[in-house]
Design a protein around this ligand. Sequence first.
Ligand code: PLP
Length: 660
Amino acid sequence: MIKPDASTQPNLTEAEATTWSVEDSAKLYGVRDWGAGYFDLNDKGEVVVKAPIAGQSERVHVAIPEVIEGMRERGLEMPAILRIENLLDDRIKSLNEAFARAIARTKYQNHYRGVFPIKVNQQAHVIDEIASFGRDYHHGLEAGSKAELIIALAKLEDNDSVIVCNGYKDSEFIELGLNARKLGIKVFFVVETPTEVPVIIERARALKVDPLIGVRIRTSTKVDGHWAGDSGDQSIFGVSSGGLMKVIDTLKDADMLHCLQLLHCHIGSQIPNIRNIRMGVMEACRYYTGLLEAGAPMGYLDLGGGLAVDYEGTRTNSTHSMNYQLDEYCVNVVETVIDSLRSSGAAHPVLITESGRATVSYASVLLFNILDVRDHRPSPLPDNLQDTLSFKADSDAPDALKNLWWVAQNLSLDNFQESYNDAIYYRDALREDFLRGQVGLPIRALADNIALEVFDKVAAICAKVERVPEELKHLPELLSDTYYGNFSLFQSLPDMWAIDQILPVMPVHRLTEAPTRNAVIADITCDCDGKIDHFSINGSIQKTLPMHEFDHESDYHLGVFLVGAYQETLGDLHNLFGDTNVVSISVKADGTFEFAKEMHGDSISDVLSYVEYDPKALAEQFRRRAEKAVKNGTISAIERREIMSAFYESLDGYTYYEQD
Ligand SMILES: *Cc1c(COP(=O)(O)O)cnc(C)c1O
């Protein structure tokens, strides 16, 4: 065990540091709070996946470092997405079984049909797994575009599952769906705007098939959380109450009101507060009754997505958390439908939900290695500084430097706040002198270094005193290190950049050791937004992550968890970092796991062609330059061959940092 230097970890007393255990790590990083029973730590201080196995209650534990080792042996380097098929399966099972329990308990007179919104993770392996495992539950798919409908039509083999089409639909989209109706596939066109209805009517008549029509309403229910501003009347989606009347009239006039069978409402994504969900369901039921009264047969109530994920692990109604559990969600939904429909005497509809993030978040983990660290700590001062600065009468060091040195030497519990202010004063005076050319770079560097030493000592004192002065509270953040990670935030964690998403981040090994550093994580792009500086630590949001000491001799691997929803699909090619490697593992009852699927990430050639370069033409242009150099006698023909083969190798290589 590394003996931590207490001065560098302001949140850790020395006693805590030396008696550090795996339990302390579990608590610090909150793995059992956000892990939903799927992630934990083993005695060796490694993060394990607790994989549910069909037909057995005991879970199988797989250590993530073991998977990383297996990936390396197969030539799949970091960064990589690890998908765990068992977790995806278990989420589908849990969702369907929780609804089944709620339905049994409340004596609801119909069944549940889940659909997975493809936009949340369109990756073929993910959709394959949802379609095949979900078959037992007749789990369907939601499509928001022609491309997604094509996926849904090909992948679902079960006519008892539902395909819900949202989004704006042209006549080609509608024809695709109508042809599927001829095959007996339950495709619902959810009308987003009244103008779609005449197109549906026209195409249906031409193809002589009855469509299944749904209508998406714009509820006035407001939700808490990130999407609060887009909910209610401000929502850009759905038909207003006036528009709904128009839809009914148009269908009636075409003698097709019998096709209107589904009401759709999606009040928002990641709804942290269960009360909002109840309100939304109540409002949807009122519309549902209204449509029945207007003469539509109905039969399906689709309540959209919104089931949250507790990324923070705090079980609160804050944006990245949730104040309810899955069972509670299902019971609330079913009960609210029963209560809201009671007075009208309406038959209970088939209940549909479109849970996206709650289905796929857990199954993916982003893994990456640390490449380097910018340690904030002062470097050791030269031994003879004492002589040169303070004691020698003829020392020509600037007074400000001597004073700064004096402050550093005389810092104590009694004067730490004053010392902090003095250090800033003298350091800044020397920086001024540097700007004016009165002192050189060595003095400037020395001044920064001594000041840093003072700040470090002050931070250590602050960690021990009862009341920390207000102006010193931010000191731990200022004194954080930067750990450089081998990943691109823009490619792999886009929501962290776009919407300040909190995702669980932690080392996947060394968790028997006390983390003695506090760090911000920077990615490999050269963009100052490419950093992670919000973490859920010990149940609260912190700007730095407790980390272990890094040395270049051994690997240090981190995991970002719960990244299966949206992150894999919204990423971009910032700085031309491409798709990462991906492996899907399937954990078996005997404790082994197999690499069920693997995909190598983009090569440099791949990403270059995405932005319309022709890698062959680039190589040819470079070859001509090299040939010119041979002609000039700058390089030999043999050197040209070596230079060109290195060039070709780069084109084939991974876009991320490759370990030699
Ligand atoms: C995005 C979306 C969903 C998924 O929402 P989650 O919060 O991820 O469950 C469901 N339905 C529709 C219509 C959507 O646009």
